[in-house]
Design a protein around this ligand. Structure first.
Ligand code: NAD
Length: 502
């Protein structure tokens, strides 16, 4: 038992586990018991620099390997993740708290990006224009950027790293992953999958840590690109700092996703969707629905249907068959719970109070049950803030236009959904909302791996989204070659004019 409590979760450097030499570290919890399950070292700037230096060398050798060889590693990585999916899911649940089935779904969505990256030979093909001028051809090619830093949040410890890492590596880059310090263990399993797949040491690395490690990546001159996912204030900081240091940066931020329910919607379908998308993963998803905009006269019936469904949800240890697990840490649970008092003080109606939950799990787990507020309005903190917990708010709107105005007034623009049986209204909605990912009768419209994931406004800093062709573009630099192999029989002579292709 002592060993388990004091277990150190190492970095991954040079193709193996590495404890590091630093003296700073953090606690990792099992959220379902509230107990410390491990310690994670916080890398110093010097440690990050040492890993980056090795990644530069390993990355150059990796980029020089043939596309065929690199692709063989990608297929083997896909197999390794698939084979170890249960183990990965168990690691997620043990430190994040989400229920096992949900964790398996997370692994699956990450695996799909690895599968997409297996198509790199096709995706990296350049363009070719034959004979743009006498004897002149023009073609483009894509080359890796070098060393890529990936900084990920706690809520998807497998999927979010896999949004970026397989594509970056398939494109010939080396990666330094800085996972969330709250649930760092899954990143080591990902590293083992790369090693099993035959990826050369130093191409994929994990450094654990906090702001110190992140800043070391953001300012290191040999880190060419940063892919970040996390809360909006940190995303903005990462974008500004990284770009100021000459890097390309994609920084995905927070969210407050609205689900609009029109009066003609199938009420049962809408209520099922609101409960699933509001309370899945205890609301700790960037694509969770946190606001339901009920266009009158639908609100009373919808609140009743949602409340009924909430009564059937069980909260407990994610390993033991509950519908919803604990929150990630005690501090986060307390912060989320504080919004319940704030909502009541602001005049919202607390329909279901999650503090009354009776969880099936240890008394000290970080529990908060599903919570529902009605009569929520902009200006209340439960509406304005990203709570990132199992708190669903109902806002009553008089019309479709009022509902869309609410969606568009939000500083965030990650996801949104409309529930309706009117195709014309759905079509109008998808054209009018200032949001990056839209669901029509689909509450969590996470794009497939071969599309790109990313929001608008404060939900994404930068112009490139995660995975899909955006991912290929982000992790490569393009060259355009203009080439002439003149016929030895023809000689143009000297011409000092600006080249014109005729
Ligand atoms: P976070 O912003 O606290 O942390 C994200 C990463 O940044 C972690 O690796 C963390 O160690 C690091 N970090 C934290 N503080 C830092 C600082 N001051 N300086 C430098 N680095 C710092 O986010 P989180 O709590 O781990 O994750 C939840 C957030 O992530 C939510 O806001 C959620 O909406 C967002 N998220 C967004 C998406 C998306 O696709 N837009 C996806 C998943 C999560």
């Amino acid at each position: 038992m002592m060993d388990e409590v004091t277990a150190t979760i190492p970095h991954w450097r040079g193709g193996e586990r590495w404890t590091g030499a630093g003296d700073r570290a953090g606690d990792v919890y099992d959220p379902a018991t509230g107990r410390v399950s491990g310690r994670v070292p916080f890398a110093s700037g010097e440690e990050v620099a040492a890993v980056v230096a090795e990644a530069v060398v390993a990355g150059e050798a990796w980029a020089a390997q043939s596309l065929t060889r690199r692709t063989a590693v990608m297929f083997a990585f896909r197999e390794a993740v698939s084979r170890r999916r249960e183990e990965l899911a168990a690691a997620i649940t043990a430190e994040h708290g989400k229920v096992l089935d949900d964790a398996l779904g997370e692994v699956q969505r990450g695996l799909e990006v690895a599968e997409f990256a297996c198509g790199a030979p096709h995706l990296l093909k350049g363009e070719f224009s034959d004979g743009v001028s006498g004897g002149v051809d023009v073609y483009s090619l894509r080359q890796p950027v070098g060393v890529v830093g990936v900084i990920s949040p706690f809520n998807f410890p497998v999927m979010v790293p896999l949004w970026f890492v397989p594509i970056a590596i398939a494109c010939g880059n080396a990666v330094v992953l800085k996972p969330s310090e709250k649930d760092p263990s899954a990143s080591l399993l990902i590293a083992e999958c790369w090693a099993e797949a035959g990826l050369p040491p130093g191409v994929f690395n994990v450094v654990h840590g906090d702001k110190v490690a992140v800043d070391a990546l953001l300012t290191h001159e040999d880190v060419a690109a940063i892919s970040f996912v996390g809360s909006t204030p940190i995303a903005r900081y990462v974008y500004e700092t990284g770009t100021a240091h000459g890097k390309r940066v994609q920084a995905l931020g927070g969210a407050k996703n609205h689900m609009v329910v029109l009066p003609d919607a199938d009420l049962d379908q809408a209520a099922d969707a609101a409960v699933s998308a509001g309370f899945g993963s205890a609301g700790e998803r960037c694509m969770a629905i946190s606001v339901v905009v009920a266009v009158e006269p639908v609100a009373d019936g919808l609140v009743e249907a949602i409340t009924t469904r909430m009564g059937g949800l069980t909260t407990g240890d994610g390993r033991e068959g509950a519908d919803m697990g604990p929150l990630v840490t005690g501090a986060h649970r307390d912060k989320v719970a504080s919004y319940l008092d704030a909502g009541v003080a602001d005049g919202a109606r607390l329909v279901v109070d999650g503090r009354g939950v009776e969880p099936s799990g240890a008394a000290d787990g970080f529990w908060l049950g599903p919570t529902l507020f009605d009569d929520v309005r902009p200006g209340m903190s439960v509406y304005d803030d990203e709570i990132f917990g199992p708190v669903l708010s109902i806002v009553r709107a008089a019309s479709y236009d009022e509902a869309v105005a609410l969606v568009n007034a939000s500083p965030y623009g990650n996801g949104t959904a409309i529930f309706t049986t009117d195709g014309g209204a759905a079509r109008r909605f998808q054209r009018e909302v200032t949001v990056g990912m839209i669901g029509v009768n689909v509450p969590i419209p996470v794009p497939m791996a071969y599309y790109s994931f990313g929001g608008w406004k404060a939900s994404l800093f930068g112009d490139t989204r995660a995975h899909g062709t955006d991912g290929i573009h982000f992790f490569t630099r393009q060259k355009v070659v203009t080439s002439r192999w003149p016929d030895p029989a023809e000689r143009g002579g000297v011409d000092l004019g600006f080249p014109r292709h005729t």
